[in-house]
Design a protein around this ligand. Sequence first.
Ligand code: 5AD
Ligand code: SF4
Ligand code: FES
Length: 346
Amino acid sequence: MKNLIIKAKETHSLTKEEIIALLQDESINEDLLKAADEVREKYIGNAVHLRGLIEFTNICKRNCLYCGLRRDNDNLKRYRLSEEEIIDFATKAVEYGYRSIVLQGGEDDYFTVERLTSIIKKIKALDVALILSIGERSYEEYKALKEAGADRYLIRIETTDTALYEELDPGMSHENRKQCLRNLKEIGYEVGSGSLVGLPGQTVESLADDILFFKEIDADMVGIGPFIPNEDTPLKDASVEGHFTLALKVMAITRLLMPTLNIPATTAMESLNKNGRVMALQSGANVVMPNVTEGEYRKLYALYPGKICISDTPAHCRGCISGKIQGIGRTISTTTGSHKDQMSMH
Ligand code: 5AD
Ligand code: SF4
Ligand code: FES
Protein backbone atom coordinates (compact mmCIF):
# COMPACT_ATOMS: atom_id res chain seq x y z
CA MET A 1 0.00 0.00 0.00
CA LYS A 2 2.95 2.30 0.67
CA ASN A 3 3.89 1.86 -2.99
CA LEU A 4 0.52 3.27 -3.96
CA ILE A 5 1.12 6.36 -1.88
CA ILE A 6 4.53 6.82 -3.51
CA LYS A 7 2.97 6.38 -6.94
CA ALA A 8 0.32 8.99 -6.17
CA LYS A 9 2.95 11.41 -4.86
CA GLU A 10 5.04 11.07 -7.98
CA THR A 11 2.52 10.68 -10.78
CA HIS A 12 -0.59 12.34 -9.32
CA SER A 13 -2.71 9.61 -10.75
CA LEU A 14 -4.48 6.59 -9.28
CA THR A 15 -7.08 4.20 -10.66
CA LYS A 16 -10.48 3.86 -9.03
CA GLU A 17 -9.42 0.49 -7.57
CA GLU A 18 -6.27 2.02 -6.09
CA ILE A 19 -8.26 4.85 -4.48
CA ILE A 20 -10.67 2.34 -2.97
CA ALA A 21 -7.76 0.31 -1.59
CA LEU A 22 -6.31 3.41 0.09
CA LEU A 23 -9.68 4.41 1.53
CA GLN A 24 -10.23 0.93 2.97
CA ASP A 25 -6.83 0.45 4.55
CA GLU A 26 -6.76 2.02 8.02
CA SER A 27 -3.11 1.12 8.61
CA ILE A 28 -1.78 3.66 6.07
CA ASN A 29 -3.75 6.69 7.28
CA GLU A 30 -0.79 8.50 8.77
CA ASP A 31 1.43 7.98 5.70
CA LEU A 32 -1.37 9.07 3.38
CA LEU A 33 -2.10 12.31 5.23
CA LYS A 34 1.60 13.09 5.46
CA ALA A 35 2.12 12.51 1.73
CA ALA A 36 -0.71 14.96 0.97
CA ASP A 37 0.92 17.52 3.27
CA GLU A 38 4.22 17.13 1.43
CA VAL A 39 2.64 17.49 -2.01
CA ARG A 40 0.84 20.64 -0.85
CA GLU A 41 4.09 22.14 0.40
CA LYS A 42 6.06 21.20 -2.71
CA TYR A 43 3.56 22.63 -5.19
CA ILE A 44 1.93 25.61 -3.49
CA GLY A 45 4.03 26.35 -0.43
CA ASN A 46 3.13 27.27 3.10
CA ALA A 47 0.72 30.16 2.61
CA VAL A 48 -2.88 29.70 3.75
CA HIS A 49 -5.55 31.77 1.99
CA LEU A 50 -8.20 33.25 4.26
CA ARG A 51 -11.60 33.85 2.69
CA GLY A 52 -14.12 35.94 4.62
CA LEU A 53 -17.40 34.01 4.64
CA ILE A 54 -20.68 35.94 4.65
CA GLU A 55 -23.73 33.71 5.21
CA PHE A 56 -26.24 36.16 3.79
CA THR A 57 -29.51 34.19 3.72
CA ASN A 58 -30.64 31.00 5.44
CA ILE A 59 -33.78 30.81 3.30
CA CYS A 60 -33.74 27.91 0.86
CA LYS A 61 -36.31 26.60 -1.60
CA ARG A 62 -34.67 23.15 -1.68
CA ASN A 63 -35.30 20.30 0.69
CA CYS A 64 -32.05 18.31 0.96
CA LEU A 65 -32.58 15.59 3.55
CA TYR A 66 -29.27 16.27 5.31
CA CYS A 67 -29.44 20.04 5.65
CA GLY A 68 -30.85 22.20 8.43
CA LEU A 69 -31.74 24.99 6.00
CA ARG A 70 -34.15 22.72 4.06
CA ARG A 71 -37.50 24.39 3.42
CA ASP A 72 -39.51 21.91 5.51
CA ASN A 73 -37.53 22.71 8.65
CA ASP A 74 -39.98 24.89 10.59
CA ASN A 75 -37.73 24.85 13.62
CA LEU A 76 -35.41 27.53 12.30
CA LYS A 77 -35.81 31.30 12.40
CA ARG A 78 -35.08 32.56 8.92
CA TYR A 79 -33.13 35.68 7.93
CA ARG A 80 -31.89 37.64 4.98
CA LEU A 81 -29.15 40.24 5.35
CA SER A 82 -29.80 43.64 3.81
CA GLU A 83 -27.45 44.95 1.17
CA GLU A 84 -26.09 47.41 3.76
CA GLU A 85 -25.30 44.62 6.23
CA ILE A 86 -23.57 42.56 3.55
CA ILE A 87 -21.41 45.47 2.46
CA ASP A 88 -20.64 46.32 6.09
CA PHE A 89 -19.45 42.75 6.80
CA ALA A 90 -17.44 42.70 3.56
CA THR A 91 -15.79 46.03 4.40
CA LYS A 92 -14.78 44.72 7.81
CA ALA A 93 -13.47 41.51 6.25
CA VAL A 94 -11.17 43.60 4.08
CA GLU A 95 -10.02 45.46 7.19
CA TYR A 96 -9.11 42.10 8.77
CA GLY A 97 -6.83 41.56 5.78
CA TYR A 98 -8.94 38.99 3.93
CA ARG A 99 -8.29 39.20 0.19
CA SER A 100 -11.29 37.17 -0.92
CA ILE A 101 -14.94 37.15 0.13
CA VAL A 102 -17.41 34.28 -0.14
CA LEU A 103 -21.12 35.13 -0.40
CA GLN A 104 -22.91 31.96 0.63
CA GLY A 105 -26.60 31.34 1.04
CA GLY A 106 -29.50 28.98 0.56
CA GLU A 107 -31.30 29.00 -2.79
CA ASP A 108 -33.26 32.17 -2.12
CA ASP A 109 -35.02 33.71 -5.12
CA TYR A 110 -35.37 37.05 -3.35
CA PHE A 111 -31.76 37.60 -4.40
CA THR A 112 -32.38 38.24 -8.07
CA VAL A 113 -29.58 38.96 -10.51
CA GLU A 114 -30.45 42.63 -10.17
CA ARG A 115 -30.10 42.66 -6.37
CA LEU A 116 -26.96 40.52 -6.52
CA THR A 117 -25.41 42.74 -9.19
CA SER A 118 -25.66 45.76 -6.97
CA ILE A 119 -24.05 43.86 -4.06
CA ILE A 120 -21.30 42.35 -6.24
CA LYS A 121 -20.32 45.73 -7.68
CA LYS A 122 -19.99 47.26 -4.23
CA ILE A 123 -17.91 44.37 -2.91
CA LYS A 124 -15.66 44.38 -5.97
CA ALA A 125 -14.99 48.07 -5.35
CA LEU A 126 -13.19 46.90 -2.17
CA ASP A 127 -10.52 45.24 -4.35
CA VAL A 128 -11.08 41.60 -3.36
CA ALA A 129 -11.79 38.38 -5.19
CA LEU A 130 -15.49 37.54 -4.96
CA ILE A 131 -16.72 33.99 -4.68
CA LEU A 132 -20.42 33.12 -4.96
CA SER A 133 -22.02 30.05 -3.40
CA ILE A 134 -25.75 30.31 -4.05
CA GLY A 135 -26.67 27.06 -5.72
CA GLU A 136 -28.26 26.28 -9.05
CA ARG A 137 -29.08 29.13 -11.43
CA SER A 138 -29.51 29.33 -15.20
CA TYR A 139 -26.64 29.83 -17.66
CA GLU A 140 -27.85 33.38 -18.28
CA GLU A 141 -27.90 34.22 -14.57
CA TYR A 142 -24.40 32.81 -14.02
CA LYS A 143 -23.21 34.85 -16.99
CA ALA A 144 -24.79 38.06 -15.73
CA LEU A 145 -23.28 37.56 -12.27
CA LYS A 146 -19.85 37.01 -13.82
CA GLU A 147 -20.26 40.19 -15.84
CA ALA A 148 -21.24 42.01 -12.65
CA GLY A 149 -17.80 41.08 -11.28
CA ALA A 150 -18.02 37.70 -9.53
CA ASP A 151 -14.75 35.79 -9.98
CA ARG A 152 -15.39 32.30 -8.68
CA TYR A 153 -18.28 29.99 -7.86
CA LEU A 154 -18.68 27.13 -5.39
CA ILE A 155 -21.23 24.39 -5.99
CA ARG A 156 -20.65 21.00 -4.45
CA ILE A 157 -21.67 17.89 -6.36
CA GLU A 158 -22.40 16.50 -2.82
CA THR A 159 -22.05 12.93 -4.19
CA THR A 160 -21.38 11.54 -7.67
CA ASP A 161 -23.77 8.65 -6.96
CA THR A 162 -26.75 9.78 -9.06
CA ALA A 163 -29.34 7.61 -7.32
CA LEU A 164 -28.15 8.65 -3.86
CA TYR A 165 -28.07 12.32 -4.85
CA GLU A 166 -31.60 12.27 -6.19
CA GLU A 167 -32.84 10.42 -3.11
CA LEU A 168 -31.21 12.86 -0.68
CA ASP A 169 -31.99 16.02 -2.67
CA PRO A 170 -35.65 15.46 -3.59
CA GLY A 171 -36.76 17.17 -6.78
CA MET A 172 -33.21 17.94 -7.87
CA SER A 173 -31.51 16.49 -10.93
CA HIS A 174 -27.94 15.25 -10.80
CA GLU A 175 -27.60 15.97 -14.51
CA ASN A 176 -28.56 19.60 -13.94
CA ARG A 177 -26.02 19.93 -11.15
CA LYS A 178 -23.28 18.69 -13.48
CA GLN A 179 -24.55 21.03 -16.18
CA CYS A 180 -24.22 23.94 -13.72
CA LEU A 181 -20.56 23.04 -13.20
CA ARG A 182 -19.95 22.88 -16.96
CA ASN A 183 -21.74 26.20 -17.51
CA LEU A 184 -19.73 27.93 -14.81
CA LYS A 185 -16.44 26.71 -16.33
CA GLU A 186 -17.51 27.75 -19.80
CA ILE A 187 -18.45 31.24 -18.60
CA GLY A 188 -14.98 31.60 -17.13
CA TYR A 189 -15.41 31.29 -13.38
CA GLU A 190 -12.85 29.53 -11.26
CA VAL A 191 -15.04 26.68 -10.12
CA GLY A 192 -15.19 24.98 -6.76
CA SER A 193 -16.98 21.73 -6.12
CA GLY A 194 -16.87 19.19 -3.35
CA SER A 195 -18.69 16.46 -1.53
CA LEU A 196 -20.08 15.16 1.71
CA VAL A 197 -18.43 12.13 3.29
CA GLY A 198 -20.46 9.67 5.34
CA LEU A 199 -23.91 10.05 3.80
CA PRO A 200 -26.22 7.12 4.59
CA GLY A 201 -25.93 4.65 1.71
CA GLN A 202 -22.69 6.12 0.37
CA THR A 203 -20.06 3.56 -0.64
CA VAL A 204 -16.25 3.77 -0.85
CA GLU A 205 -16.65 3.11 -4.57
CA SER A 206 -18.67 6.29 -4.92
CA LEU A 207 -16.17 8.24 -2.81
CA ALA A 208 -13.47 7.13 -5.26
CA ASP A 209 -15.73 8.33 -8.10
CA ASP A 210 -16.09 11.70 -6.35
CA ILE A 211 -12.32 12.19 -6.31
CA LEU A 212 -11.97 11.19 -9.96
CA PHE A 213 -14.87 13.48 -10.84
CA PHE A 214 -13.08 16.52 -9.37
CA LYS A 215 -10.11 15.73 -11.57
CA GLU A 216 -12.27 15.12 -14.63
CA ILE A 217 -14.05 18.49 -14.38
CA ASP A 218 -10.72 20.21 -13.71
CA ALA A 219 -11.98 21.84 -10.52
CA ASP A 220 -10.15 24.87 -9.15
CA MET A 221 -11.32 24.30 -5.58
CA VAL A 222 -12.68 21.26 -3.77
CA GLY A 223 -14.35 21.44 -0.36
CA ILE A 224 -14.79 18.12 1.38
CA GLY A 225 -16.68 17.82 4.62
CA PRO A 226 -17.97 15.09 6.88
CA PHE A 227 -21.75 14.67 6.94
CA ILE A 228 -23.03 15.60 10.42
CA PRO A 229 -26.61 14.47 11.21
CA ASN A 230 -28.94 17.33 12.11
CA GLU A 231 -31.77 16.85 14.65
CA ASP A 232 -34.15 18.94 12.57
CA THR A 233 -33.85 16.82 9.44
CA PRO A 234 -35.05 13.39 8.28
CA LEU A 235 -31.47 12.06 8.62
CA LYS A 236 -31.33 12.87 12.34
CA ASP A 237 -30.67 9.27 13.37
CA ALA A 238 -27.83 8.64 10.93
CA SER A 239 -24.40 7.74 12.24
CA VAL A 240 -21.45 10.11 12.42
CA GLU A 241 -18.92 7.45 13.27
CA GLY A 242 -15.76 7.44 11.18
CA HIS A 243 -16.83 10.41 9.05
CA PHE A 244 -14.05 12.70 10.23
CA THR A 245 -11.15 10.40 9.39
CA LEU A 246 -12.72 9.29 6.13
CA ALA A 247 -13.28 12.91 5.07
CA LEU A 248 -9.62 13.69 5.85
CA LYS A 249 -8.56 10.74 3.69
CA VAL A 250 -10.77 11.74 0.77
CA MET A 251 -9.30 15.23 1.03
CA ALA A 252 -5.72 13.91 1.18
CA ILE A 253 -6.16 11.71 -1.91
CA THR A 254 -7.72 14.67 -3.74
CA ARG A 255 -4.58 16.68 -2.94
CA LEU A 256 -2.30 13.89 -4.18
CA LEU A 257 -4.12 13.84 -7.51
CA MET A 258 -4.47 17.62 -7.89
CA PRO A 259 -1.33 19.23 -6.47
CA THR A 260 -2.15 22.92 -7.09
CA LEU A 261 -5.85 22.79 -6.19
CA ASN A 262 -7.36 25.08 -3.56
CA ILE A 263 -8.64 22.90 -0.72
CA PRO A 264 -10.34 24.41 2.33
CA ALA A 265 -10.00 23.02 5.82
CA THR A 266 -13.77 22.99 6.24
CA THR A 267 -15.72 24.23 9.21
CA ALA A 268 -17.51 20.88 9.41
CA MET A 269 -14.15 19.16 10.04
CA GLU A 270 -13.65 21.27 13.15
CA SER A 271 -17.22 20.73 14.28
CA LEU A 272 -16.40 17.02 14.68
CA ASN A 273 -12.88 17.38 16.04
CA LYS A 274 -11.60 20.35 18.03
CA ASN A 275 -8.34 20.31 16.11
CA GLY A 276 -10.05 19.48 12.80
CA ARG A 277 -9.00 22.46 10.70
CA VAL A 278 -5.36 22.21 11.76
CA MET A 279 -5.39 18.50 11.00
CA ALA A 280 -6.88 19.27 7.58
CA LEU A 281 -4.23 21.94 6.95
CA GLN A 282 -1.63 19.28 7.72
CA SER A 283 -3.27 16.75 5.38
CA GLY A 284 -3.42 18.71 2.14
CA ALA A 285 -5.62 21.76 2.78
CA ASN A 286 -4.42 25.32 2.04
CA VAL A 287 -7.51 27.51 2.60
CA VAL A 288 -9.61 28.53 5.62
CA MET A 289 -12.92 30.38 5.41
CA PRO A 290 -13.40 32.32 8.65
CA ASN A 291 -16.94 33.52 9.23
CA VAL A 292 -17.37 37.29 9.04
CA THR A 293 -21.13 37.30 9.61
CA GLU A 294 -21.98 39.00 12.91
CA GLY A 295 -24.46 38.48 15.73
CA GLU A 296 -27.22 35.88 15.88
CA TYR A 297 -27.04 35.15 12.14
CA ARG A 298 -24.12 32.80 12.77
CA LYS A 299 -26.23 30.56 14.93
CA LEU A 300 -29.13 30.67 12.48
CA TYR A 301 -27.05 29.42 9.56
CA ALA A 302 -27.60 25.97 11.01
CA LEU A 303 -26.60 23.43 8.37
CA TYR A 304 -25.57 20.92 11.02
CA PRO A 305 -25.19 20.86 14.82
CA GLY A 306 -22.01 21.71 16.69
CA LYS A 307 -21.04 24.41 14.19
CA ILE A 308 -18.01 26.28 15.51
CA CYS A 309 -17.70 30.02 16.18
CA ILE A 310 -21.44 30.64 16.63
CA SER A 311 -20.88 32.91 19.64
CA ASP A 312 -17.63 34.50 18.46
CA THR A 313 -16.99 37.80 16.73
CA PRO A 314 -15.21 38.08 13.38
CA ALA A 315 -12.32 39.84 15.12
CA HIS A 316 -11.97 36.97 17.58
CA CYS A 317 -12.00 34.40 14.76
CA ARG A 318 -9.36 36.37 12.89
CA GLY A 319 -7.00 36.13 15.88
CA CYS A 320 -7.93 32.54 16.58
CA ILE A 321 -7.32 31.22 13.10
CA SER A 322 -4.15 33.28 12.55
CA GLY A 323 -2.75 31.82 15.77
CA LYS A 324 -3.54 28.27 14.67
CA ILE A 325 -1.97 28.80 11.25
CA GLN A 326 1.20 30.38 12.60
CA GLY A 327 1.33 27.80 15.38
CA ILE A 328 1.98 25.07 12.80
CA GLY A 329 4.63 27.06 10.95
CA ARG A 330 2.43 28.21 8.10
CA THR A 331 1.94 31.76 6.86
CA ILE A 332 -1.07 33.86 5.93
CA SER A 333 -1.31 34.53 2.23
CA THR A 334 -1.28 38.11 1.02
CA THR A 335 -2.79 37.24 -2.38
CA THR A 336 -6.38 36.52 -3.39
CA GLY A 337 -5.46 32.86 -3.77
CA SER A 338 -6.54 32.28 -7.32
CA HIS A 339 -5.96 28.74 -8.61
CA LYS A 340 -4.72 30.09 -11.95
CA ASP A 341 -1.91 31.97 -10.17
CA GLN A 342 -1.11 28.87 -8.14
CA MET A 343 -0.80 26.74 -11.28
CA SER A 344 1.79 29.10 -12.70
CA MET A 345 3.80 29.03 -9.45
CA HIS A 346 4.97 25.59 -10.24
N1 5AD B 1 -23.41 18.06 7.50
C1 5AD B 1 -22.34 18.53 6.83
N2 5AD B 1 -22.41 19.36 5.78
C2 5AD B 1 -23.64 19.74 5.37
N3 5AD B 1 -24.04 20.53 4.35
C3 5AD B 1 -25.39 20.60 4.37
N4 5AD B 1 -25.88 19.87 5.39
C4 5AD B 1 -24.81 19.31 6.02
C5 5AD B 1 -24.66 18.42 7.14
N5 5AD B 1 -25.72 17.96 7.81
C6 5AD B 1 -23.12 21.11 3.36
C7 5AD B 1 -23.49 20.71 1.93
C8 5AD B 1 -23.70 22.04 1.23
C9 5AD B 1 -22.94 22.99 2.12
C10 5AD B 1 -23.40 24.40 2.04
O1 5AD B 1 -23.16 22.50 3.42
O2 5AD B 1 -22.42 20.02 1.32
O3 5AD B 1 -23.22 22.07 -0.09
FE1 SF4 C 1 -30.57 24.42 0.48
FE2 SF4 C 1 -27.98 23.90 0.04
FE3 SF4 C 1 -29.19 23.14 2.33
FE4 SF4 C 1 -29.80 21.88 0.05
S1 SF4 C 1 -27.77 21.89 1.07
S2 SF4 C 1 -31.29 22.62 1.60
S3 SF4 C 1 -29.69 23.57 -1.45
S4 SF4 C 1 -28.83 25.24 1.66
FE1 FES D 1 -13.86 31.28 15.14
FE2 FES D 1 -11.62 30.00 16.19
S1 FES D 1 -12.03 30.58 14.11
S2 FES D 1 -13.36 30.90 17.26
